[in-house]
Structure formats: C-alpha cells, structure tokens
Write a protein that binds this ligand. Structure first.
Ligand SMILES: CC[C@H](C(=O)O)C(=O)SCCNC(=O)CCNC(=O)[C@H](O)C(C)(C)COP(=O)(O)OP(=O)(O)OC[C@H]1O[C@@H](n2cnc3c(N)ncnc32)[C@H](O)[C@@H]1OP(=O)(O)O
Ligand SMILES: [Co+2]
Length: 134
C-alpha cells in the first residue's frame, strides 16, 4: 500500500534561518515559503535527489504543530509522508485495521495540491505519518 517516501518534515523555530542553513551550509535546492492556512503552517520544500524535506513553521493561533514546538523548542523531525495510489482505499484499510486517521477522516488538499491524510503517531511507533495520493 505505501509507496515512495514523498517527504520528511522538520518543524523549525526559525523558518528563514533553517532555509538559509540548508541553502548555504548544506548546499541544497531550497524553495520559497508557502503559507498553508488550511493546515496552520508555512512550509518550505527542499528538493533532494531521492525525496524532499519539508520545513514547517506554525501559521495562525491554532497551528497543529505549536504543541510540538513547545515541547521541542529547537525543532525536530515532525512527520514522514508516504505516497499512496488511492488515499480513500488506504484510509478504509487503515480504519479497518484499527488505526486512527486524524481530523475529520476525509482527505485535505496538501502542499502539492494532492489529497493528504494523517495517522496518529501513537499508532505507528511514535511517528506521525502523512499519506499523499499521487
Ligand atoms: C500543507 C500540508 C503539509 C503537506 O505536507 O502537505 C503538511 O504536512 S501539514 C503538517 C501539519 N499538520 C499536521 O501535523 C496535522 C496532523 N497533526 C495533528 O493533528 C497533531 O499534530 C497531533 C494530533 C498529531 C498532535 O497534536 P498535539 O501535539 O497538539 O497533541 P498532543 O499534545 O495531545 O499529542 C498527542 C501525543 O502525540 C505526540 N506527538 C505530537 N506530535 C507528534 C509528532 N509530530 N510526532 C510524534 N509524536 C507526536 C505528543 O507528544 C503526545 O504524546 P504524549 O506521549 O501523550 O505526550
Ligand atoms: Co507534510
């Protein structure tokens, strides 16, 4: 069911500083900040040869990553995103296996304009998993 690793997301306390670090010290190809109000974050994507890094910064008062940054003030790996062919079939299979799908359970449109869902970290060894339909 899960396919390629689409991105690894890192929540950061300073988005501009983190982007600059990846651009200069790590010599990576760094995109421009993208506000995603529907998700409560501003994101910066870093293109790598085999996947992407998604830098995350809270946007708005009820950002879902605010709590994470309060607990991890220096930042940290926030989630992994796997690609799936059919996100509704994936969701239904996960629910039938007892996994929790976060939010309403219906996919939202993610940063790439594709449907995404999130699975509770407590159900997957402490890792927050995002699924993105390709
Ligand atoms: C533009 C879209 C973009 C894209 O790629 O397309 C995105 O990726 S948007 C990314 C931001 N959106 C989300 O993360 C949505 C899903 N996340 C959530 O709904 C929340 O973050 C949630 C429910 C996972 C955690 O919320 P919160 O921290 O406020 O809740 P709790 O404090 O009750 O946490 C419960 C429990 O989970 C642990 N936790 C929280 N976040 C993570 C994490 N990222 N990885 C692993 N574990 C996490 C937290 O420490 C609590 O554990 P406990 O042992 O009970 O303390
Ligand atoms: Co993501």
């Amino acid at each position: 069911m899960i396919g390629r690793l689409n991105h690894i997301a890192i929540a950061v306390p300073d988005l501009a500083a983190a982007a600059q670090q990846y651009r200069t010290i790590l010599g990576a190809e760094v995109g421009a900040p993208q506000d995603e109000p529907d998700h409560g974050v501003t994101v910066v994507f870093i293109q790598l040869p085999n996947t992407k890094i998604e830098l995350l910064y809270p946007l708005g008062d009820d950002s879902p990553i605010r709590g994470f940054l309060d607990k991890n003030p220096s930042g940290g790996i926030h989630h992994m995103c796997f690609e799936v062919d059919d996100i509704l079939a994936a969701r239904d299979r996960l629910l039938s296996e007892g996994a929790r799908v976060l939010g309403s359970g219906d996919p939202k449109t993610g940063a790439h304009g594709k449907p995404v869902l999130f699975l509770h970290p407590k159900d997957f060894n402490g890792c927050l998993i995002e699924l993105e339909e390709i």
